[in-house]
Design a protein around this ligand. Structure first.
Ligand code: HDE
Length: 704
C-alpha cells in the first residue's frame, strides 16, 4: 500500500498571531504505514480498486463513479511545469558542517558556528534538456544547495563552472532560447551542438570564456560526486557592523574532479539514461556518502579594484593563484529523498534566500536572478504558498509574519492580528511578530548614485583575456579535448557564416586553437579576427584551472566490472575483486547470463549485471576472466568485443586472463600500458585502474 507522510509541522513561536492550529496533526491526517484501509482522498473507504462502476458488467461506466473520477482527476494533474532551465535534476539530503569560522567577516551563524551541522537539500542538474532527458549530454551542471540555517534558508544556487555565458540578465532568455531545442523543429534535446546556440554565442563575444569551459571535459562529469561547484557571482559577507567583504564560493569534491571522454559520454547516454541519478542514489544508499569542501575567496574593495577585470562581471573568475581558496566547511550527502516529486521536483531554490550576514553584489546578472527565481515558483508550483511545501519550509528556525490566505493555504492562523503595526497585545490579545533591526536581515549600506542608463561599464569590455587564460592553462590532453569538442559542435552547425564567425572570435583566444579548429573543420583559410573593443592581454597562467591534475590516483568511488565466464578460475576473480575493493572500488561481476556462472571448481558465482545491459562505458576499469571455452562464447558476442574495445578506447585499465587473449585480439586491444595479466597482476591492475591511460590517447583519437 502506498503511504504519504504527514507534512512536517511548521515551527512557529508559540503564542504569536503567526501561530497555526492543527498543521500536521488533526487537520492533516494521512494514511500511515500499517494503516490497511484504502480510502478516497477524503477518507471514504473503498471496496474495490480494480473495477469502475458500470451499468451491467459489459455496460457503460456511470458518471456517478466518484471513486474513479477522483482517481483519474488527481492523476490528470500529477505533473507541474518543468523548470524552464535545469529541468533534469537529481536531489539528495545531508548536512553542512562548518570547520573554520568566518566570524571576522560575517554575522551569518551558518558561517561562524564551528562544528554546527546545518541540514541541507541539494539538487544537481543539467541545464538545457527537459526533465526526462539523458544525464550525460555536454552541458553545464547546476549545483544548488539549500541550507536550512537557524536564521532562515540560505540557497547557494550555483553551477559546476565558475563563470557564465552572459553579463546581463537582459540576455538570459535569448541565451536559453538559443541553446534549448530549436523553436520550429523541437530538437536537439539537451545539447549545444546546433545552429542556434553557436549563432548566438558567436554574436556575443562575452560568451567566449564560458564556451571554452563548456567545450572542456568539465561538461562531461564522470559523476555528480566528482564535480566542483561555484557560486559564480561575487557576493558580500557582512559583519555585525555591516562592514562588507567580497566573497566567491567554491565546492571541491572529496573524490577529486573526474570526467568522461566525449565518445564515452555519448555511449553512456544509450546505455543508461539515468547514469548520474543512479550513481548518486546508489552511492548514498550503500553508505559511500558524497562529500565536498566549501571554500571561499575573500577580498576587500581595494583588492577588487586592483584586479585587471571587474568582480561584478560574471564572465570572469578570480584565479586561485591570485586570491587563494580558504576551506571553511564540508558538505555531506547522506540521505536519499523519500519522494522524488515532493522533494526534488518541488524544491524551490532562490538566490534571494540569504541569512543576515550574506548579501548580493551589484553583478547585473545576479541582480536579474533576484527577480526570476521568485517569479518562476508561481508558475511552477501554482500558489504563493509554495514556501509551505515541506522541502521549502525553513527547518532550522521559527518563522512568522502576516502573509495570509492564497491558494492551497495549509495553515490555520489564530487571532485577529493579520497586520502590523497593531496594538492588540495591549488589549490582551496576540499582537504577532515584529521586525528586529539588530538581528534581522540588513543590506550592505553601499552608496548608490548615478544616472539612469542602459549601458555596460567599460570594465566589462574585455571578452577574451580570461578565455585565453583558461585555454592556455590547460594541459596538452585537455587542449586536445577542447579542440575536438569545438570541431564536433561546429561540424553540427549547418550555417557556414556562423562557423566562420566563431573562428574569428577564437583567433582572439589563441591562434593555435583557431587553426586547429579550422583544420578539424577542413577549412583551408582562417577568417580575419573579429572586431573587438579591447584586445586580449596575456594573464599569468592558472594551473588550478586544469581538470586532469585534479583527477586523483584512487579507486575510491569508482566502479570496476569483471566479466567472468563459465569455467573461469575463481581464485583469480577473488584476488582481483579483493584487491579492487580494498582500494575502495565497487566491483560488479558481469556475465552473459544474469543467472550466474559456474567456475572451474564447480562453484556458482552470482552475477550483478548481464553483459548486454552492463557495457564497459559504465565502468572505470574492467577485467575479463574467461576460460578457453568461455572465451570462445565471448568471441561470438559483439557485446563482449565492445566491452573490451570501448574500455581500451576510453583509456581504462584492463585485466585479462591468459585464456581471454583471443578476445583482446579480436577487440584490437594491444599489450600496452594499463593492459595487465589477471593471473599475475592484481597490484598492477589496481594501480593502473586508479588512473586513466592518457598516453593511449594519440593511438585511439589522433584527431584530438
Ligand atoms: Fe538560473 N534559473 N538563471 N542560473 N539556475 C533557474 O529557477 C535565471 C544563472 C541555476 O535545481 C530557474 O527555479 C536567470 C546563473 C541553477 O532547482 C529560473 C538567470 C547560475 C538552477 C532561472 C540565471 C544559475 C537554476 C528555473 C540570469 C549559476 C536550478 C527554475 C539572470 C550561478 C535550481 C527555477 C534547481 C534555475 C533563472 C542565471 C544556476 C528560470 C534569469 C548565473 C543551478 O528562475
Amino acid at each position: 500500500m502506498s503511504t504519504r507522510r504527514p507534512p512536517s509541522p511548521p515551527t512557529k513561536k508559540p503564542g504569536t498571531a503567526g501561530a497555526t492550529r492543527g498543521s500536521g496533526d488533526e487537520l492533516h491526517q494521512r494514511p500511515r504505514p500499517g494503516d490497511a484501509r484504502l480510502t478516497t482522498n477524503l477518507g471514504a473507504p473503498l471496496s474495490d480498486n480494480q473495477n469502475s462502476l458500470r451499468g451491467g458488467v459489459r455496460g457503460p461506466t456511470l458518471l456517478e463513479d466518484f471513486v474513479l473520477r477522483e482517481k483519474i482527476h488527481h492523476f490528470d494533474h500529477e505533473r507541474i511545469p518543468e523548470r524552464i532551465v535545469h529541468a533534469r535534476g537529481s536531489g539528495a539530503r545531508g548536512y553542512f558542517e562548518l570547520t573554520s569560522s568566518l566570524a571576522k567577516y560575517t554575522r551569518a551563524r551558518v558561517l561562524t558556528d564551528v562544528g554546527t551541522r546545518t541540514e541541507v537539500f541539494v539538487r544537481f542538474s543539467t541545464v538545457a534538456g527537459g526533465a526526462g532527458s539523458v544525464d550525460t549530454p555536454r552541458d553545464v551542471r547546476g549545483f544548488a544547495v539549500k541550507f536550512y540555517t537557524t536564521e532562515g534558508n540560505w540557497d547557494l544556487v550555483g553551477n559546476n563552472i565558475p563563470v557564465f555565458f552572459i553579463q546581463d540578465a537582459m540576455k538570459f532568455p535569448d541565451l536559453v532560447h538559443a541553446v534549448k531545442m530549436e523553436a520550429d523543429r523541437g530538437y536537439p534535446q539537451a545539447g549545444s551542438a546546433h545552429d542556434t546556440f553557436w549563432d548566438f554565442v558567436s554574436l556575443m563575444p562575452e560568451a567566449t570564456h564560458m564556451v571554452m569551459w563548456a567545450m572542456s571535459d568539465r561538461t562531461l562529469p564522470r559523476s555528480l560526486r566528482m564535480m566542483e561547484g561555484f557560486g559564480v557571482h561575487t557576493f558580500r559577507l557582512l559583519d555585525a557592523n555591516d562592514r562588507s567583504t567580497f566573497v566567491k564560493f567554491h565546492w571541491r569534491p572529496r573524490l577529486g574532479l573526474q570526467s568522461t571522454c566525449w565518445d564515452e559520454a555519448v555511449k553512456i547516454a544509450g546505455a543508461d539514461n539515468d547514469y548520474h541519478r543512479r550513481d548518486l542514489h546508489e552511492a548514498i544508499a550503500r553508505g559511500a556518502y558524497p562529500e565536498w569542501q566549501l571554500g571561499v575567496q575573500l577580498l576587500t574593495q581595494e583588492q577588487a579594484d586592483a584586479l585587471p577585470f571587474d568582480i561584478l562581471d560574471a564572465t570572469k573568475l578570480i584565479p586561485e593563484e591570485v586570491v587563494p581558496v580558504r576551506v571553511v566547511g564540508r558538505l555531506v550527502l547522506d540521505r536519499n529523498p523519500d519522494n522524488f516529486f515532493a522533494e526534488t521536483e518541488q524544491v524551490a531554490f532562490l538566490p534571494t534566500n540569504l541569512p543576515p550576514g550574506i548579501d548580493f553584489s551589484d553583478d547585473p546578472l545576479l541582480q536579474g536572478r533576484t527577480f526570476s527565481y521568485l517569479d518562476t515558483q508561481l508558475s511552477r508550483l501554482g500558489s504563493p504558498n509554495w514556501p509551505q511545501l515541506p522541502v521549502n519550509q525553513p527547518k532550522g528556525c521559527p518563522f512568522a509574519n502576516f502573509q495570509r490566505d492564497g491558494q492551497m493555504q495549509t495553515q490555520v492562523f489564530t487571532g485577529r492580528a493579520n497586520y502590523e503595526p497593531n496594538s492588540l497585545a495591549t488589549a490582551g490579545e496576540e499582537g504577532g511578530p515584529r521586525p528586529d533591526f539588530r538581528s534581522g536581515f540588513r543590506s550592505a549600506p553601499a552608496a548608490v548614485e548615478g544616472t539612469k542608463i542602459r549601458a555596460r561599464a567599460e570594465s566589462f569590455a574585455d571578452h577574451y583575456s580570461q578565455a585565453r587564460l583558461f585555454y592556455r592553462s590547460q594541459s596538452e590532453v585537455e587542449q586536445g579535448h577542447l579542440v575536438a569538442a569545438t570541431v564536433f559542435e561546429l561540424s553540427k552547425v549547418t550555417l557556414t557564416h556562423v562557423r566562420l564567425r566563431m573562428l574569428s572570435n577564437l583567433r582572439h583566444v589563441d591562434e593555435q586553437l583557431a587553426s586547429r579548429v579550422a583544420a578539424g573543420l577542413g577549412l583551408a583559410k582562417l577568417p580575419p579576427p573579429a572586431p573587438t573593443a579591447v584586445l586580449p592581454q596575456d594573464l599569468p597562467l592558472s594551473p588550478a584551472l586544469r581538470l586532469i591534475d585534479k583527477y586523483p590516483a584512487t579507486l575510491e568511488g569508482r566502479t570496476v566490472a569483471l566479466l567472468v565466464t563459465n569455467g573461469a578460475d575463481g581464485a583469480v576473480v577473488q584476488r582481483l575483486r579483493g584487491g579492487c575493493e580494498k582500494a575502495g572500488a565497487r566491483v560488479l561481476i558481469v556475465a552473459q547470463k544474469v543467472g550466474g556462472v559456474t567456475l572451474a571448481d564447480g562453484s556458482h558465482l552470482p552475477v550483478d549485471g548481464q553483459l548486454a545491459g552492463t557495457p564497459s562505458v559504465l565502468m572505470d576499469a574492467i577485467g575479463v576472466i574467461a576460460s578457453a571455452a568461455g572465451c570462445a562464447d565471448l568471441l561470438a558476442d559483439t557485446a563482449a568485443v565492445e566491452f573490451l574495445s570501448q574500455a581500451f578506447a576510453h583509456l581504462k585499465a584492463i585485466a585479462h586472463s591468459a585464456d581471454a587473449q583471443p578476445l583482446l585480439d579480436k577487440a584490437g586491444v594491444p599489450a600496452t600500458s594499463g593492459v595487465v595479466s589477471a593471473e599475475r597482476g592484481t597490484a598492477a591492475f589496481v594501480n593502473a585502474a586508479a588512473r586513466r591511460q592518457w598516453d593511449r590517447e594519440p593511438t585511439v583519437r589522433p584527431g584530438a
